[in-house]
Design a binder for this molecule. Sequence first.
Ligand code: FAD
Length: 668
Amino acid sequence: MLYPEEFEVIVVGGGHAGTEAALAAARMGCKTLLLTHNIETLGQMSCNPSIGGIGKGHLVKEVDALGGAMAIATDEAGIQFRILNASKGPAVRATRAQADRILYKAAIRRRLENQPNLMLFQQAVDDLLVEGDGDGARVVGAVTQAGIAFRGRTVVLTAGTFLDGKIHIGLDNYAAGRAGDPPAVSLSARLKELQLPQGRLKTGTPPRLDGRTIDFSQCTEQPGDGMPGAASQGANEGEIPVFSFMGLREMHPRQMPCWITHTNERTHEIIRSGFDRSPMFTGKIEGVGPRYCPSVEDKINRFAGKDSHQIFLEPEGLTTNEYYPNGISTSLPFDIQLALVRSMRGLENAQILRPGYAIEYDYFDPRSLKSSFETRQIQGLFFAGQINGTTGYEEAAAQGLFAGINAALQCRGEAAWLPGRDQAYLGVLVDDLITKGVTEPYRMFTSRAEFRLQLREDNADMRLTEIGRRLGLVDDARWEAFNRKRDAVSRETERLKSTWVNPRILPAAEAERVLGVGIEHEYHLFDLLRRPGVKYAELMSMDGGKYASPASAARNELPVAGAAAVTLTGVSRETLGDLYEPVVDQIEIAAKYAGYIDRQRDEVERAAHYEQLQLPADLDYMSVSALSIEARQKLQKHRPETLGQASRISGITPATISLLLIHLRKSG
Ligand code: FAD
């Protein structure tokens, strides 16, 4: 049957890529249809109940800055929040939240159901309607399992791990899209018939535990930021963070701690005893898995010298006893899973609610995509998410948003939107995928971005919200809040740059209190803020403005108090409310890091000139600690002769090249 209406954008798949794609296209005014297996699983987290982390949090903030759903849904569902790397530079600071998976799905579904221009429909898609052939092939719709044909001008395919998915537990395996869901077999066959270049990848997940059977008194409590005892356990004191630029702390549900236990020698023995029945080690699984999210058997095999691994016990939600043991992803047989779980402290009597498993699935070589994510072979067909060889909810959401935008732009007859590598992590992700392809599931790291000092979480809105507004993605409320923030930052920055502090009238004690030392000549406030340790709020507390003047011309003839003095009160919580902290953050970061940002840009540009630089033949890359483990392994394996060759190894980023260059200079 042909469905009576035609759509502009049809999105297949209601995971993290598909939901953002559908919401974006509909926000941009396109008549959009989201076709998915099951409406109950919209926004389902297939694996760990957490969003964000280093590199990933950056993507979530960018999706948010463009009006996407992931960050705000996390604010509504987050039961523990942390700012990772809080004591490090702002480029690598990242938000991570533990989410109640039921609340998260509900938050996503509510947005989808209330989004104008968007229709939801539950059915498996088995076929694509394609007209023409060769260079003229064009997708014109999708056909469901029950034979309902939906016509659409563009189709965004976001089938995740479902294409010809096969689950492995020990030496047993069966067809599935993920545990409890059917695979997409017919659609996979159709894509093969269309001769789109493809391969197999795999990923895995741990067994889930019944919290009633965990002895938490034997585990170490791990609170989130702003929770009691935070500082003593490595979290940050103060307020609980929010994820979205539109997020409020009041949105957060009750907060919960995580717990930590460890594997031990006995656990490792049990794991080793299952190697001969491991689908990975016996060759049953052909797909390559994510190196940085290895299964526990892989860890024990690769890092044989390590006698213990930390395991986080993460609550799956407020209304369930289910716990996710982060760190023991496994596809070993179930008897081994049960024994290895019970060998750990606090888990001696643990009951498993769901077994761990690995899943193999088809992915499509992203090098066959145009930079808009439209396939080169079939016009109007876009791919996004895990289907492009990535792993992770955040990577999927960012790609979904991107493909949804470009499908909508194509319907409008406009050119694709292609963010640069210096503009967004999204630009880095897209560029990496389409130029380098993948040899293993790709995940985002800050080290992949050569301009990471300017691609920070905190300024994702400053980088992208205006673009989002132009594209039609950003609603009035977000736009208004963004403008208030941007205006406050630029007004206050200007004021700081034109307000001078005079050493002749600044008492030594006051200088000592706020700046740590006296000043030898006049400075404007922005300059003083550049100094390490000087905080904006303290600068504003300098005794009521007796020492400052707005008039640079008169800065040496300042009256002691009164006449030309200005108030130093600056921006305040009273006037800015929830925007106060983000505004002050922007001003402080701009003052303190401007020099580094400029220097990094020069460094990356210079690296381009070192194309022919010979690399020492005996260089031990594994000992270059500035590089990521992934980069070290790749360089050690390929042993490039020149820096230029090194830069073209898949997965070696310009940032890695810069770090390598610094290492070579230092080692003479
Ligand atoms: P998915 O979330 O898989 O969503 C795909 C959607 O498409 C589903 O709603 C599905 O029902 C629908 N669909 C598929 N085919 C059809 C069809 N033919 N017709 C209609 N609807 C269809 N990520 C990590 O970062 N770390 C991990 O450790 C990790 N482990 C994982 C372990 C497992 C077992 C699995 C399954 C995934 C794991 N992931 C992990 C990956 C993470 O779940 C995915 O990266 C992310 O969910 C991908 O989002 P997506 O939208 O591309 O696809």
